[in-house]
Ligand binder design. Structure first.
Ligand code: ATP
Ligand code: MG
Length: 180
C-alpha cells in the first residue's frame, strides 16, 4: 500500500497548493531550518486524524491554517490530501487509488473525505486500523518520540506491538461483539 502523493493547500507554511509525489524507493525531503520539512510529516498525521493541536505544535487546531506572511494575507482554510496506491487491496476498499482528504475552516469545522465522499473520522480510522499508518502508529517517528516509547508504560507499549502485529482490528471487533 505505497503512498503515491501528498497535496497540501493552505496547511501551515504551504500557502500555495503543493504536491509531493512519492515514487518507487525512498523519498527524502531536505531543506534549511524552518523550510517546512516537519510541517510535511505533520500534514500526514493531520489528514490521518490527528486531533491534538499541541501534537502539531499549535495552541488551537486553527493554527495549522496558513497564518499569513510579510507578503500575503492569512488564508481561511487548509486542505491536505493523501493518496495511496491500493492495487494490493490492503485497504478494504474496491479501488486502485484511495484518497484521504481533510479540510479545516477558520470556524474550526473539520471535514473528512475518502475518494471525494464525505465521511466521518471514524471511517478513516476504521479503514486504516491495521495498516500501520493509524494515528498513533510508528510509521511516523517525530523528534522526541523514541524517548517517549522507551519511557512508556507496559500497557502503552503493548498497544504499539499489537498494532504492528495487525491484531488491533480483531480486538476491536471482539469488543463490539461482547457489547452486543
Ligand atoms: P528544522 O530543520 O528546524 O526542523 P523544518 O524544515 O522542519 O525545520 P518546520 O518546522 O516544518 O521546518 O517549519 C516551520 C515554519 O513553518 C516556520 O517558519 C513557521 O513560521 C511556519 N509555519 C508554521 N505554522 C504556520 C502557519 N499556520 N502559517 C504560516 N507559517 C507557518
Ligand atoms: Mg523539523
Amino acid at each position: 500500500m505505497p503512498l503515491k502523493q501528498l497535496v497540501l493547500n493552505g496547511f501551515k507554511s504551504f500557502a500555495d497548493k503543493t504536491t509531493i509525489n512519492f515514487n518507487k524507493g525512498i523519498t527524502g525531503i531536505v531543506g534549511p531550518n524552518g523550510s517546512g520539512k516537519s510541517n510535511v510529516t505533520e500534514a500526514i498525521r493531520w489528514v490521518m486524524g490527528e486531533n491534538s493541536a499541541k501534537a502539531l505544535r499549535g495552541e488551537n487546531m486553527r493554527d495549522i491554517i496558513f497564518a499569513g506572511s510579510e507578503f500575503r494575507g492569512p488564508l481561511n482554510k487548509a486542505e491536505v490530501c493523501l493518496i495511496f496506491d491500493n492495487h494490493d487491496r490492503q485497504l478494504h476498499l474496491d479501488s486502485d487509488k484511495v484518497a484521504i482528504m481533510r479540510r479545516i475552516l477558520r470556524s474550526g469545522d473539520s471535514e473528512y473525505f475518502i475518494n471525494n465522499q464525505s465521511v466521518r473520522l471514524k471511517d478513516i480510522r476504521t479503514l486504516f486500523v491495521d495498516s500501520g499508518l493509524s494515528q498513533n502508529s510508528l510509521a511516523i517517528i517525530s523528534q522526541g518520540k523514541v524517548d517517549q516509547i522507551l519511557n512508556s508504560q507496559a500497557e502503552d507499549r503493548r498497544y504499539i506491538f499489537e498494532e504492528a502485529a495487525g491484531v488491533l482490528h480483531f480486538k476491536q471487533q471482539k469488543l463490539v461483539a461482547l457489547k452486543k
